[in-house]
Design a protein around this ligand. Structure first.
Ligand code: SF4
Length: 62
C-alpha cells in the first residue's frame, strides 16, 4: 500500500514531508509525492500526514 497525493489538491505546504519524511518528498513542481510504501514502521507517520494535510489531498492508497 502506498499513500497517494492528489496533485490537483496539494498546495505544497510541506507538512507531509515534514511529518513523514521517509514517505513523502516534494517534487520539482512543489507538490508532494509518496516515494515509498506505507509500512507498519511508518504507518503512524503517514496517518498523521493524512490527518494533518490542510486540503485533504492524501489518501491511503492501495
Ligand atoms: S500536507 Fe497536503 S498540501 Fe501539504 S504538501 Fe502534503 S499533500 Fe500537499
Amino acid at each position: 500500500m502506498r499513500a497517494c497525493v492528489d496533485q490537483g489538491l496539494c498546495i505544497g505546504c510541506g507538512l507531509c514531508a515534514s511529518v513523514a519524511p521517509e514517505v513523502f518528498e516534494m517534487n520539482a513542481g512543489g507538490k508532494a509525492i509518496a516515494v515509498t510504501d506505507t509500512t507498519e514502521a511508518n504507518g503512524e507517520s503517514v496517518k498523521s500526514a493524512i490527518d494533518g494535510c490542510p486540503v485533504s489531498a492524501i489518501s491511503q492508497g492501495e
